[in-house]
Design a protein around this ligand. Structure first.
Ligand code: GYE
Length: 329
């Protein structure tokens, strides 16, 4: 009997906590001081990679650091879910909207609705493509074109050091029509275009997913076999999916095939150290601090930088890999 009473009161406490959590969730603007605070609606693409999960964690941590109320929505890789989330943010009258557009096209209507409602929009990580001007306040994200250039420049140095006359490249690209896919492809192509040793055999869509990276690699190996000298993969996840397929085909990644990846998450850096990846171009997911500081400025009606690119480096077999700091994603 006694036990049951304890269990009941624990239950009652649980219900009370749940009710108050719900009340807070329905009225997230209210803070202890009565200050309405800043309400930020954030629509994330999904959870497709370590990069994306690291980005989500950083956004949540920095929102808490800056005392910003975050309405977070995960679109599970679907543009229509992002559009619906942005409409909910507008209906909720958030102060600022931030989102990472999964692809570049198709945002005009919903962004016009946000503009008409007077809610400023921050693009995080990826860009949009639109005929209309001033639909968004700014973009906080990496310079993907320069990441592609860095990957191409590494390959040219590698070819020099190997004194090779020809390199056959396969490219596993990120989500079709997304900014990182378009710009990582363009930057790499531009960097190698005047080098006669470089031949791209094929570019294939791996959608930034590990499973697709494996599938693409299987297809490419079946088609080209040991003709492949280089894999240029637009993110770590697809690279990590491709490596076991190369090994299954009896080839040694990092030796028989030069492997170039982008992101620089811990798993890829560990594989780089083991020699199975040759080069990782960094793309940092830690954009939260800039997002929060920009949201505060926008709420206060201050002007903001139209474009903020974080600093990024290259990790490769050319340098000392022993003191790379823990990556945190
Ligand atoms: O490289 C990839 C992620 O948009 C920079 O998206 C981001 C890319 C990143 O899924 O791993």
């Amino acid at each position: 009997m006694k036990k049951r009473r304890i269990r009941n009161s624990v239950l009652a406490l649980g219900i009370l906590t749940a009710v108050s959590t719900l009340m807070f969730a329905c009225n997230p603007k209210e803070t202890e001081t009565g200050d309405p605070g800043l309400l930020l609606g954030f629509s994330q693409i999904g959870s497709e990679s370590a990069w994306r999960i690291g980005n989500t964690n950083d956004i949540e941590e920095q929102a808490a650091n800056y005392g910003i109320n975050l309405m977070f929505e995960n679109a599970n890789q679907k543009q229509e879910n992002q559009i619906a989330a942005i409409r909910r943010f507008i209906a909720y009258k958030v102060d600022v909207i931030a989102f990472s557009p999964i692809v570049e096209e198709g945002w005009d209507n919903v962004l016009q609705e946000a503009k008409d409602a007077g809610i400023p929009v921050i693009l995080v990580d990826r860009d949009i493509s639109s005929e209309k001007e001033d639909l968004t306040a700014c973009l906080i994200g990496a310079d993907f074109y320069s990441e592609g250039v860095k990957a191409g420049e590494y390959l040219i140095r590698k070819a020099d050091s190997m004194e090779t006359e020809e390199l056959h490249i396969v490219e596993i690209t990120g989500t079709d029509n997304s900014t990182p896919m378009r710009q990582r492809q363009a930057g790499f192509a531009d960097a190698i275009k005047d080098d006669e040793r470089m031949h791209i055999l094929e570019s294939i869509d791996g959608d930034f997913l590990k499973s697709r990276g494996a599938e693409c690699m299987r297809t490419l190996l079946e088609k080209y076999g040991d003709e492949i000298d280089v894999v240029y993969s637009h993110n770590d996840e697809m690279t990590l999916g491709a490596l076991p397929e190369i090994e299954k085909a009896g080839l040694v990644p990092g030796k028989d095939i030069i492997i170039i990846s982008i992101d620089g998450g811990q798993d890829a850096i560990d594989v780089l150290k083991s020699g199975k990846i040759n080069c990782v171009v960094e793309c940092t997911p830690k954009l939260g601090k800039e997002v929060m500081e920009t949201a505060i400025k926008l709420k206060n009606g201050e002007s903001v930088e139209p474009m903020i690119h974080p600093e990024e480096q290259v990790f490769s077999d050319e340098g000392d890999l022993s003191n790379i700091a823990p990556r945190g994603y």
